[in-house]
Write a protein that binds this ligand. Structure first.
Ligand code: ATP
Ligand code: MG
Ligand code: MG
Length: 370
């Protein structure tokens, strides 16, 4: 059978391996961590840094096409691999998504609304316009995730010290009064066909996703989101799975950020959809047909962070006694606070049952109700 390559070895890579196996492919994972969970699930794990040229040549020689599961793959790595095998998404799209300055400039250039922002460098004086954005959030331009690399700043002094502490290029974003957060995960094939999962609604806690509702069930917003995301994915000439994160502000959507990969908020599709976001990733990578319609059932997702292990392992048996509850544990080693260890998806035929079960699950886990 054909073999696919995966850059990155976390839970997203692990689900990619599972989806690829189901469709009859073998998978080679490249990840520097010998304990990589995707590496363990794959047919072969190359343990090497992402910029190790010999390892990249080995990966390219072992597989027919390559995808990634995190946005911080060095652009040079993707460029080198692209010379040898199809890489989807490609270097030019990932380069935009991995730097908030490029991402926002691209979005603005495409006439897509983003939060008011300024790009700042730690070695340069803070421009006067910065004060108009306060209170604001300072975000490192690169490498942030789960709210890491962000500082809440309410005056210029706080901004100056946060920027100095960061020591790297940043964007300063106006702190907006969010009426809601939403995400759309979609796939685009090399031929330009597009397939989208339903719009989902997200609730964060401390910058980390806590709960997702799929589908969000707001048809007007879903139309608005698709109207933004479909031209956007085409403008990027993007091949693969992309998630667009949205903020709802004053009744309208603006784009928070782009994730050039499957997304935590797309996980309900593993249990409530006719095609999961990882199957979409495999299909787009291999230029297989994308589904025209993806039917979904009501679902709520709860993330299981390492914090839940503080007083020992949660009582999985009690959770599994609940109806239509799907437990996913990623098999990671150390349950550190804030670390994504797994998730739960509750599905059902109607929202009231799903909400009731979800409420019970949160209670059993000791999580505050949503
Ligand atoms: P991810 O894990 O999704 O990649 P990230 O670290 O890249 O997260 P963001 O998505 O930029 O971070 O922000 C994390 C969360 O912080 C958002 O989902 C939102 O809840 C809040 N947030 C970010 N920017 C703003 C803003 N400008 N105004 C209000 N809240 C914000
Ligand atoms: Mg991000
Ligand atoms: Mg985000």
């Amino acid at each position: 059978p054909a073999t696919l390559g995966m850059l990155g070895g976390g839970q997203l890579g692990r689900y990619f391996v599972m989806a690829a196996h189901r469709l009859g492919y073998k998978v080679v994972v490249l990840d520097p961590d010998p304990a990589s969970i995707a590496g363990a699930a794959a047919d072969h794990h190359i343990v090497a840094p992402y910029d190790d040229t010999a390892a990249l040549h080995e990966l390219a020689s072992r597989c027919e096409a390559i995808s990634c599961e995190f946005e911080n793959v060095p652009a040079a790595t993707l460029a080198l691999l692209e010379k040898q095998k199809p890489v989807r998404p490609g270097a030019s799209a990932v380069r935009i998504c991995q730097d908030r300055r490029e991402e926002k400039a691209f979005l603005r250039g495409a006439n897509i609304r983003v939060a008011p922002y300024l790009a700042l460098l730690p070695e340069e004086p803070i421009p006067a316009q910065a004060s108009e954005l306060l209170p604001a959030i300072l975000k490192t331009a690169r490498e942030g995730y789960d709210g890491k690399g962000q500082w809440q700043v309410s005056d210029l002094d706080e901004l100056a010290s946060a920027l100095a502490a960061s020591g790297v290029p940043c964007v300063l974003e106006q702190r907006l009064a969010l009426e809601g957060e939403f995400a759309l995960t979609l796939a685009r094939s090399p031929g330009g066909a597009i397939s989208a999962l339903p719009l989902v609604q997200n609730w964060h806690s401390g910058g980390i996703l806590d709960q997702t509702r799929s589908p969000a069930n707001v048809p007007t917003l879903e139309r608005e989101a698709k109207g933004i995301a479909e031209p956007l994915i085409a403008a990027l000439d993007y091949m693969g799975v992309l998630t667009v994160e949205f903020f709802l502000v004053e009744g309208r959507l603006l784009v928070n950020e782009l994730a050039p990969r499957p997304h935590n908020s797309g996980h309900p599709s593993l249990d409530n959809a006719g095609c999961s976001q990882f199957e979409l990733q495999v299909r787009a990578l291999c230029d297989l047909p994308l589904p025209e319609q993806i039917a979904v059932r009501p679902a709520l997702l709860i993330n299981l962070l390492g914090d839940l292990w503080q007083n020992g392992t949660p009582d999985w048996a009690a959770l599994l006694a609940l109806p239509d509850l799907h437990l996913h544990l990623y098999g990671k080693g150390e349950p550190r606070p804030g670390r994504k260890m797994g998730h739960i998806t509750v599905t059902g035929d109607d929202w009231s049952t799903v909400e009731e079960t979800c409420c019970k699950a949160r209670q059993l886990l000791g999580l505050a109700p949503r």
